[in-house]
Design a binder for this molecule. Sequence first.
Ligand code: PBG
Length: 328
Amino acid sequence: MGFPTTRMRRLRRTETLRRMVRETRLTVDNLVMPLFVRPGTNEQRPITSMPGQYQWSVDRLVEEVKTLEGLGVPAVLLFGIPDAKDEFGSAAYRPDAIVCRAVEAIKSNCPDICVITDVCLCEYTSHGHCGVVRENRDGVADVENDATLELLAKEACCHAAAGADMVAPSDMMDGRVGAIRQALDGNGHEEAAIMAYSAKFASAFYGPFREAAESAPQFGDRRSYQMDPPNQREALREMALDLEEGADILMVKPALPYLDILQAASERFDVPLAAYHVSGEFAMVKAAAAQGWLDERRTALEILTAIRRAGARLIMTYWAKDAAGWLA
Ligand code: PBG
């Protein structure tokens, strides 16, 4: 039955009607706030390319987490900026690593908030790559997969020992979820969950993050380990493998340009799905809003709702704090 009997506008007439037939709901429960922690005290250093985002010292980070908890944000995702970097990223897997100190401080002040830690080496290596660099068979410097696994597993265990509820490997080495699961279980951390950055693409949208985390690669790029953007089938395979290796949550990253991957994954997998709305996606809206070209709040909520609609239960977003306020 078509027009004029059928009129789609009938159910759009009032906000109450729209509320009643709304198919997707974004709530504060879906939001995870990424936070950057650096050494020092009383530090809140602005990140130029991500307006409103900061590198925090541990003491100030705890205050920010208290505010987030008060707003109902259920989880934070921590990134560390160490005081010194070396070839093997050793500042990532010491018991007194900056992220471990942050986890302990958050856990003793806000025991209920879920603390997730990013597990990767790029913030800690002098060369800025996500693992151990060696020459490959062509004589080209590249990240060596298997040697990196051991270091990632060590890092994940340090985070779990400090009290992290969940570790989130973002390095894209083969076999890292299995290696981390095995190491966690072998060290009495069987309760720590793994959120795998499973379908992580070699994306231009990470630009601002690399300023925030001081983690830009000093040579080359990440294309030999992060995924090639045109590939959907391969992304689903990555996700299936991570699930087999023991991942509790599967992530797609970036979010908006990869909603098709998220949708396909939500049809295929029964585990909770996450999406990382990354720094570049955030920065472009911020820049346009600063020009008066976009309404930041409406744009942000539309984007986050679209990510939910495509199938993500959890969204890592730099808008988590603002959105918690907007949704209240
Ligand atoms: C670390 C990591 C990156 C991001 C999250 N974890 C950067 C990268 O892979 O270069 C990006 C997050 C963002 O852009 O907001 N490997």
